[in-house]
Design a protein. Structure first.
Length: 498
């Protein structure tokens, strides 16, 4: 592990847990033994897989609903068996996918404000193809409506969720698939398997592009793509020591670097920040979070520090960069699930004296808008995620495609089917099949257009208010912290008189 002191703006990153009243408690967190993070978060909602009798369920909370959670809080309860994995759509903060032991994948539309009165039992889309449990669901980083699911039947399905249609079946794994990761443009996926082999696969054709032996240990390994195409992995040695490694996708089987960490037996989940090249390692059952910085030149992986606490983690979620508090120079925020039902919020910040926007800490990040459509991706087009300025994002300004609206819309589909679009749909698209097309009634069309503009303006106002609330809340936390620090240095009045 490279521990040499080096010049880096992230050398002094430190993590701090929020006070209990600013966390989420009294949650019936799942007791499943499946190797999953059990948590997914975005700038609007926090989702946690929960324990449920007679079926599968997960909890969805608005981010500002902190404190003690009621036992009878509404849940998402449409699965017939335990939920194993959940993932928010990167192109719509109200859409989440779930995979379950009941062999199905379901896509849900969460209303603004969350579930307020009753359980959500009807999914927007129900995807049925797997013969065994679905252990992982993963959205395409830049293409709208493209979802990947991996199951215990050793198969990976690539879905167009808008049409409830399988685009590709990947059946090249002889044993259980342990992890799957898209590359930055979504043109390749990398998988780790129980047979200890890493495979790079073309998701459009299902063909293996490259393969090579990974970690030698018998315990599960996980592999993720880095932004430049290299692959970072965690696993175990033959002596059951935990390791991390870096691989070149053109030469799998020979690691660029491999380091041993410790002899604990919990699986290491890697969380990668594509903007800053920071890698966080969270071990299941650990009470620590190690973090590193990746550089393209040797020794590649540079150790920064370790966040330690007294309570072991059962699961973990990480906030996208769109939800960071830039006023405190926050660069990462984790939602740590504890065995006692607490979801603890841990913020990682870079100490800076100035309260001005720190451009070096916040390069352009992935926007909520999609870069390409599902049909474009199927036809062979690749694109990195659409990027947006973090400064503009927190100032309430949208990315370059400003004329977009959030929600479930209906677009053109082949074979006279209607396609559900889970994302931001551009207003310059053609009229949907369900829209009236009467040339004589121009007055009615004008009214409809006016209503659309009003709705769009209202949505923008609500979104801007939500972001302002998040920023204000961050300021309040910072003020509390500063007041506490100040009180430690204040001298008694008697001492001043002397």
């Amino acid at each position: 592990m490279a521990r040499v002191v080096r010049n880096s703006k992230f050398r002094h990153v430190f993590g701090q847990a929020a006070k209990k009243q600013d966390c989420y408690e009294n949650i019936r967190i799942t007791k499943s033994a499946w190797d999953s993070t059990f948590c997914s978060v975005n700038p609007k909602f926090l989702a946690i897989i929960t324990e449920s009798a007679g079926g599968g369920a997960f909890l969805v909370l608005p981010l500002d609903k902190i404190g003690r959670i009621d036992r009878d809080v509404p849940l998402v309860t449409g699965h017939k068996a335990a939920v194993l994995d959940i993932a928010w759509c990167p192109h719509n903060d109200n859409v989440i996918a779930s995979g379950s032991e009941d062999c199905t994948v379901k896509v849900w539309q969460i209303p603004d404000g969350g579930l307020t009165s009753s359980n959500l039992t009807q999914p927007a889309v129900d995807l049925v193809a797997h013969q065994r449990r679905v252990g992982q669901v993963l959205w395409h980083p830049s293409a709208l409506n493209i979802l990947l699911s991996a199951g215990g039947d050793m198969k990976i399905f690539i879905w167009n969720v808008g049409k409830s249609m399988i685009l590709q079946t990947i059946d090249c794994h002889p044993e259980v698939i342990l992890s799957v990761s898209w590359n930055f443009t979504g043109s390749r996926i990398v998988t780790s398997c129980k047979d200890k082999i890493f495979r790079i696969i073309n998701p459009r054709t299902g063909q293996i592009v490259k393969s090579g032996m990974g970690h030698q240990g018998a315990k599960p390994a996980r592999a993720i793509y880095l932004r430049d195409g290299r692959i970072f992995s965690t696993g175990f040695s033959r002596m059951s020591e935990r390791q991390y490694a870096l691989w070149d996708e053109d030469n799998l089987g020979i690691s660029l670097t491999m380091e041993e960490l410790d002899s604990s037996n919990g699986i290491l989940f890697p969380f990668y920040d594509e903007d800053t090249s920071l890698i966080f390692l969270c071990g299941k059952g650990d009470s620590t979070i190690r973090y590193f910085e990746y550089t393209p030149d040797a020794p590649y992986i540079h150790y920064i520090n370790t966040y330690s606490s007294s309570d072991p983690q059962r699961g973990m979620g990480v906030m996208p960069k769109r939800g960071m508090n830039i006023s405190t120079c926050e660069i990462a925020r984790f939602y740590k699930l504890l065995n006692n039902g607490l979801c603890e919020v841990i913020s990682f910040t870079v100490p800076r004296k100035s309260e001005l926007f720190q451009e070096d800490l916040y390069p352009d990040t992935a926007a909520e808008e999609h870069a390409i459509t599902a049909d474009e991706w199927i036809d062979g087009k690749d694109s990195h995620p659409q990027l947006v300025s973090v400064r503009d994002l927190h100032a309430g300004v949208k990315s370059q495609s400003n004329a977009n609206s959030v929600g479930l819309t209906v677009g053109h589909a082949t074979q006279h089917k209607q396609e559900i679009v889970f994302g931001k749909s551009s207003t310059n698209q053609k009229t949907s099949p369900t829209s009236p097309q009467t040339h004589a009634n121009n007055g009615g069309a004008s009214v409809q257009q006016g209503q659309h503009v009003d709705n769009e303006f209202l949505e923008k106002l609500v979104e801007e208010m939500r972001r302002v609330k998040i920023i204000v809340k961050g300021h309040e936390r910072r003020i509390k912290t500063l007041e506490e620090r100040l009180s430690q240095y204040e001298a008694p009045v008697d001492d001043l008189d002397d």
